[in-house]
Design a binder for this molecule. Structure first.
Ligand code: ADP
Length: 346
């Protein structure tokens, strides 16, 4: 069985083709700067058109979709109704979902007979209890505007939790894990008996850890202060919080590998802040879970930086923890979801 995976961002398109018998990647393409001035490709359509692949030999195309809202509690085969429902979630993920929908449309036009599957970053977290996903805000904000914690990186947390179960030789539904996806974007997930019960990203991917350029948890009154006292517009505040904060805000660089090579105080401070925030979340999730069978590190930082892992694990509270480092593979997880759906159909 051959499964293609498409991850369409606002100006990029990642394409991977898997042979599912061997789980080998047969073809991989990354096209960036789509639609930007002077770029090779004007649209996602042009970009996909440029990929030399015989779509008639592919059994399904899996698409990463960032936001499934409260509608999608699992991956789905795309039809007109599904596409309409994904589009209805655009206000919740204005930068991501429209690009994901565009990716699906383009793939449909290139391969009209091929099954298209949507796999959402949010579905893994739909098992969270209400006390985890409701904010302490007036309840109408949830009821009328769907303001709640959704959580993201779900395909990654799901993939590494399954791999952790394999490594530990236990069934996932008997395991309590804390999975740490530490990349440029970063999130922690508390997993009880194989299911997400809490996660650090929230209504958007902005909440939680100190990330490459996102601030993570801050006092929300800072937002009001920036608007009232500093006269920043909504878009300016958005840019500050999402693009100019985090490690970049503290030491002017968002790349951890480069920051670790520096000796200056602001670089040291940035790393200390990243580590401390992760430690606080692990401690909180240990309290929620009671028993933790393993801490699982993944993402570019989690997989590669022994220094960061060891700094986090310096807390005496984590001394006897089982620690696993697992390379995430979100595309393979999406491809696996496609196989599952095709078999159910079948
Ligand atoms: P994204 O969220 O963009 O997918 P990645 O998961 O690729 O991000 O993680 C990127 C981060 O991982 C960067 O901060 C990079 O510096 C860091 N990283 C990668 N390799 C190493 C390494 N060997 N040591 C420290 N940090 C690393």
């Amino acid at each position: 069985m051959r499964i293609a995976v498409i991850n369409a961002g606002s100006s990029s398109l990642k394409f991977k083709l898997f042979d599912m018998q061997t789980k080998k990647v047969l073809q991989e393409e990354l096209i960036e700067h789509i639609g930007e001035e002077g770029a090779r490709f004007f649209s996602h359509h042009d970009a996909l058109e440029s990929i030399d692949v015989d779509f008639s030999s592919i059994d399904a195309i899996g698409h990463r979709v960032v936001h499934g809202g409260e509608i999608f509690k699992e991956s789905v085969i795309v039809d007109g109704e599904v596409l309409f429902a994904i589009e209805s979630l655009n206000p919740l993920a204005p930068l991501h979902n429209p690009a994901n929908v565009e990716g699906i449309r383009v793939a449909q036009s290139k391969a009209p007979k091929t099954v298209q599957v949507a796999v959402f970053d949010t579905t893994f977290h739909t098992s969270m209890p209400k006390e985890a996903y409701i904010y302490a805000l007036p309840h109408e904000l949830y009821e009328e505007h769907k303001i709640r914690r959704y959580g993201f990186h779900g395909t990654s947390h799901s993939y590494v939790s399954k791999e952790a179960a394999k490594k530990l030789g236990q069934s996932l539904d008997s395991l309590n894990l804390i999975t740490l996806h530490l990349g440029n974007g970063a999130s922690v997930c508390a997993i009880e008996n194989g299911k997400s019960i809490d996660t650090s990203m929230g209504f958007t991917p902005l909440e939680g850890l100190v990330m490459g350029s996102r601030c993570g948890d801050i006092d929300p009154a800072i937002v009001l202060y920036m608007q009232r006292e500093m006269g920043l517009s909504v878009d300016e505040v958005d840019r500050v919080l999402n693009k100019k904060s985090g490690l970049l805000g503290i030491c002017d660089i968002n790349d951890v590998r480069t920051i670790l090579e520096r000796e200056d105080e602001s670089a040291k401070l940035a790393i200390k802040m990243l580590v401390r925030r992760v430690q606080k979340y692990i401690g909180a999730y240990m309290a929620l879970l009671g028993r933790v069978d393993a801490l699982v590190f993944t993402g570019g930082i989690g997989e590669n930086s022994e220094y960061i892992r060891e700094s986090i694990l310096e807390s005496p509270l984590f001394r006897d923890m089982e620690v696993l480092v697992i390379k995430t593979d979100e595309e393979l997880e999406i491809a696996n979801e496609c196989v599952k759906l095709l078999k159910n159909e079948g």
